[in-house]
Structure formats: structure tokens, C-alpha cells
Design a protein around this ligand. Structure first.
Ligand SMILES: [Zn+2]
Ligand SMILES: [Zn+2]
Length: 457
């Protein structure tokens, strides 16, 4: 087996690793780069190999930084199978179309506002996203499945988002595990990460390789504080959130706060057609739920809906929110403030000190979310310099990624036979310290990989 690291190597986004086995080329993930716009744009457009040379794709989960360039791969000539879990396929059906739609409308917006600049073209179109869906092949958890190049794959629940998986690949001699994104025990809705069997090599994410998360239980109290303070000022609370997972978690927490009468009953909106579709997908996959959420359903309660909450599908409804008087809460993607409706909400609201922006997940370097989080006073939104006067807060308690301690204990069952770990999906400041810790704890060499590096296994 030979591994080449193409994306999420030395950074978090653009997850893409190529595995060669017996003359077949298998791609592990085909994700999108996010970050400095022009730079990410360029990286996204340049596939580092001919798309036709790829025989199959194995996809860890539906997040766009893992799945987002599949339509581009198809547009460039890939027509092999894409293996992943049934829930991931359903999520991709909405997410890839949504990404295409956003790319199309962002390009149109830029072209309208900067008619003199070079014409902006979307990375891919809705038609490319539609052409991708028939290539998906469902693989259930813990079901060994033959793919290409004499390889067998078996996936395990990664506990990160609905349908997320960690995958073990073997040619009968060598066993390689790919962590995908590793979740955490105790997250709302989904199950805890499953242990993997012993393997020879491990490709592991390192998003929070040097950090420790606050306890999960504190999220509710922190959210309560932020809501009360913002509403007390008569302001609006803008919550940029991933449409998949994070949005449903925030809705659950707000539901709980309202039920317990801990926050005033102001209007609340989930503003995203994608989040509407994804919430439907969640309801369709109770097999992925943890016991607590399954019980909720059994009792006939809808964990994702309550009286004060409206789901906004149409763009008209979204625009109307700008004119709404009085305080309200809006949850809207994208999570890193890179695209989508949240950009319009930010453009209209970051200038007012009454309002709050609540960041709810990891913000990659150079994203608008990271800039807000680090306290930049002027940011560019749709290319327009915009002053930031609103309060900016973050809620890291809901992180979908294991922290350093959790990664170390998650990998333990694999270590008896482990020869080497490749650290991906993390900035150097995170993967470096994690590599040192893996060596100290298990005596196993761990390498923070760089783009383009090749290893023979
Ligand atoms: Zn993810
Ligand atoms: Zn990721």
C-alpha cells in the first residue's frame, strides 16, 4: 500500500488522501478547502491527480471539508463507486446540492456587485452535484465490504456527526485505519465513538491535538447567559452554525432552556433550507441516535421542534428577518461564516453593539469566523469592509471533535500492533504536541504530515 496526503495535511480543511493498492487508486475523502478566499478557491479548483485515475472513494462523513469536492471529481471524469454509510449518503444529497447552490448564487452576487472585475464562476453546479449522487454505495457499520485493489473496508461509528465513520482498510496483510473526524463521548443526539480493532497504521485527525475541552454540561449555562445578556440589551443573537449536527444541538439546548423557563420566549429561527432538509434526515435515521434521543422520540416528543422556533426555507423569509423589530435568535450556516445566509445576517448586524455573534465550532485559519473570534475590528463581508461593534462570544463546549486526552484514549485499542501514526486535519500547533504525546504514551512514532508527502506501508 502507498499513501499520498493531498489535503488536510498541515491544516484542517480539504481532507483528501490517496491510497494505492495492487494498482488501484482509492481516495479517502474528497473535501473542500476553506480559508483565505482566493487561496482556497485556487486549491479547490486544482485536483492534484487526474480524476479518471481514481477507482473508488471511501468517505468518512458528510461535512463539506471531507465531501465537498466530490462533484468536482465527477465533473472531471470520475465515475467509480463512493462507499459510505446510509445516513452520510442522505446528508450528502442535501449538502452537496446546497454547496453547489451557494457557489452559484455567491458567484452571481459577486458578478452583480463587481461587474468590472473578472467574472466569478462557481466551483461546480447543481447538475454536477446531482450527477454525483448515483455513484454512492451504502455500507453499514461493522460490515466488511470488498472495494477496489483487493481491499476490504469496515466502518465504525466515529461519534462526530450523524452517520460519521472511522474506517479500517486491509489487503489481507496490512491493516490501515482512517479516523475521519473523531467525536466525543456524551454529545447530544449521536452515539459515542466506537473502539477500533488493532491495526498497523493509523491516519488520525488532530484538530484539538494540544487542547482540553470544557465539560459538555457547561454548554447549557453558557448559552443561557449569552441569550439573556443579548436580549436584555434588546439585541439580536446571530449563531453561525454548521447545518449538520451543530444546528440540531443548539435547537435541542434552546428547547431545554425554554422548557425550563430559563430564557425569555423570543422568536427563534433556523434560517437555512439545508438545515430544514438535514433535520428531516436526522428524523429518518433513528438508528444513529444515542439512547437518550431515541427515548425522546419514543415518548412522542420532537427533539428538533418547539413552539417559538420557526424553520426558514425560502430566501424571502430570510430577508424579512432584517426588518423584524425587537430581539430574536437566528441560527444559520455556514459554521465558519464562509458562505450562506449567515453572511447576510452578519452584514446587517455586526455593526450594532446591542447584538451578539455566538461562534459555536472550530474556526479554520483565515475564515471570517476566526477573524471575528480573534477580535478584528473591521472584516470584509462580500468584499465590503464592515466594522464590528457587536459582542462576539464562543461556545466551544459543543465541539464535535475529541480533545487531546480523548484522542489519546480513543486510539488506545489500536496500539498493540501499531507501527506508525500519520497526523492530519490539524494545524502544526496542534499536531506537533499530539505527536510528542503519542510517542511518550505508546512509544509509537507519529508524523504530522505535509501536503504531497508519500509513504509506503
Ligand atoms: Zn467533520
Ligand atoms: Zn473535518
Amino acid at each position: 500500500m502507498r499513501l499520498t496526503f493531498h489535503g488536510a495535511a498541515g491544516g484542517v480543511t480539504g481532507s483528501q488522501h490517496k491510497l494505492e493498492s495492487n494498482g488501484a487508486n482509492i481516495l479517502l475523502d474528497c473535501g473542500m478547502f476553506q480559508g483565505r478566499r482566493k487561496e482556497a478557491e485556487k486549491k479547490n479548483r486544482e485536483m492534484p491527480f487526474p480524476a479518471r485515475s481514481i477507482d473508488a472513494v471511501v468517505l468518512s462523513h458528510a461535512h463539506i471539508d471531507h465531501s465537498g469536492r466530490l462533484p468536482l471529481l465527477v465533473q472531471e471524469g470520475f465515475h467509480g463507486p463512493i462507499y459510505t454509510t446510509p445516513a452520510t449518503i442522505d446528508l450528502c444529497a442535501s449538502m452537496l446540492r446546497d454547496t453547489a447552490h451557494i457557489a452559484e448564487s455567491d458567484a452571481a452576487f459577486v458578478n452583480r456587485h463587481h461587474p468590472d472585475d473578472e467574472r466569478a464562476e462557481p466551483l461546480y453546479t447543481m447538475a454536477d452535484a446531482d450527477a454525483t449522487m448515483p455513484l454512492f454505495r451504502p455500507v453499514e457499520y461493522r460490515t466488511p465490504t470488498e472495494i477496489a485493489g483487493g481491499l476490504t473496508m469496515e466502518s465504525y461509528d466515529a461519534g462526530h456527526i450523524l452517520g460519521s465513520s472511522s474506517i479500517v482498510l486491509t489487503d489481507g496483510k496490512t491493516r490501515l485505519a482512517f479516523s475521519g473526524d473523531v467525536g466525543r463521548p456524551g454529545l447530544p443526539i449521536i452515539r459515542d465513538p466506537e473502539p477500533l480493532p488493532p491495526v498497523d497504521y493509523l491516519i488520525m485527525e488532530s484538530t484539538y491535538g494540544s487542547r482540553k475541552h470544557p465539560q459538555e454540561g457547561e454548554a447549557l449555562g453558557r448559552l443561557e447567559e449569552v441569550v439573556k445578556r443579548t436580549i436584555g440589551r434588546g439585541g439580536r443573537l446571530i449563531i453561525p452554525a454548521f447545518a449538520v449536527g451543530r444546528t440540531q444541538q443548539i435547537v435541542l439546548l434552546l428547547h431545554q432552556l425554554i422548557d425550563e423557563q430559563r430564557i425569555p420566549a423570543v422568536p427563534m429561527f433556523v434560517d437555512s433550507p439545508l438545515a430544514v432538509d438535514v433535520t428531516k434526515t436526522f428524523r429518518a435515521h433513528p438508528e444513529c441516535f444515542d439512547e437518550e434521543t431515541a427515548r425522546y422520540l419514543k415518548e412522542g416528543a420532537d427533539p428538533f421542534g418547539f413552539k417559538r422556533l420557526s424553520y426558514v426555507r425560502e430566501a424571502e423569509g430570510s430577508k424579512k428577518l432584517n426588518d423584524l423589530r425587537g430581539p430574536f435568535i437566528v441560527i444559520s450556516p455556514s459554521g465558519m461564516c464562509e458562505a450562506g445566509r449567515v453572511l447576510h445576517h452578519l452584514m446587517h448586524n455586526v455593526g450594532d453593539p446591542k447584538n451578539t455573534v455566538l461562534i459555536t465550532g472550530y474556526q479554520a485559519e483565515n475564515t471570517l469566523g476566526r477573524k471575528l473570534l480573534t477580535g478584528m475590528k473591521t472584516v470584509r463581508i462580500f468584499g465590503i469592509p464592515t466594522e464590528v461593534r457587536a459582542e462576539v462570544q464562543s461556545l466551544n463546549e459543543l465541539s464535535g471533535h475529541a480533545d487531546a486526552d480523548e484522542l489519546i484514549s480513543w486510539m488506545k485499542p489500536m496500539t498493540p500492533t501499531l507501527k506508525r501514526v500519520f497526523l492530519v486535519h490539524g494545524e502544526k500547533e496542534e499536531s506537533g504536541p499530539l505527536a510528542a504525546r503519542i510517542l511518550a504514551t505508546y512509544g509509537v512514532e507519529a508524523i504530522p504530515v505535509a501536503p504531497g508527502q508519500i509513504y509506503d506501508l
